[in-house]
Design a protein around this ligand. Structure first.
Ligand code: PRP
Length: 185
């Protein structure tokens, strides 16, 4: 136990690279959102680190909320059904929602959340994801703001986990296959 770095095969994005990208994203989002009184909604748990950085990089007048969801079925063959385990705490009628995610993978989670917020009366729902993995997409959904487009590798760190660990790595890395019992696929 101890050092997490030894479980990392390679670093995809360093702490500095992440910070620089988020600063640019924040400025882009500021221009788009400055007159929109946005409500930033972070999807727990993976997005908590990114949320803290992106709201400070985007200096708009805004408020923040947190939502937690879980997928039915096992991780590798998700049925696509999503359940809310912690809901936001305010009326969102007429609000411009910006969903903050760490990764857009199959698209199940964000497809569901976009519908959910629109049904609740949001004026708009846009999506901001740090990582986009388009090769894994099964739902027709795209993000409005994307940090990095990543290959289909097992990424951890900066909020992303494997078995709830590695979220506190300050960088994003690829896990060694022997750590998750993977090999040649
Ligand atoms: C991850 C990630 C997204 C979702 C993306 O969450 O944070 O919410 O998966 O995958 P999708 O596009 O296939 O829906 P996870 O279920 O691992 O929970 P976590 O946020 O607690 O890590």
């Amino acid at each position: 136990m101890g050092m997490m770095d030894q479980d990392i095969l390679k670093v995809l994005y360093t702490e500095k690279q992440i910070a620089a990208r988020i600063e640019a994203m924040g400025m882009e989002m500021y221009d788009a959102l400055k007159d929109k009184d946005p409500l930033f909604v972070s999807v727990l748990r993976g997005a908590f680190v990114f949320m803290a950085d992106i709201v400070r990089a985007c200096q708009v007048r805004c408020d923040v909320e947190f939502i937690a969801v879980s997928s039915y079925g096992n991780a590798t063959s998700s049925s696509g059904a999503v359940k809310i385990t912690h809901d936001i705490q305010q009326d969102i009628t007429g609000r411009n929602i910006v969903v903050i995610e760490d990764i857009l993978d199959s698209g199940n989670t964000l497809h569901f959340l976009k519908q959910y917020f629109m049904t609740k009366g949001a004026a708009s729902v846009s999506i901001c994801t740090l990582l986009d993995k388009p090769s894994r997409r099964t739902k027709a959904i795209t993000a409005d703001y994307i940090g990095f487009t990543v290959p289909d590798e097992f990424v951890v760190g900066y909020g992303l986990d494997y078995c709830q660990k590695y979220r506190n790595l300050p960088y994003i890395g690829v896990l060694k296959p022997e750590v998750y019992g993977g090999g040649e696929e």
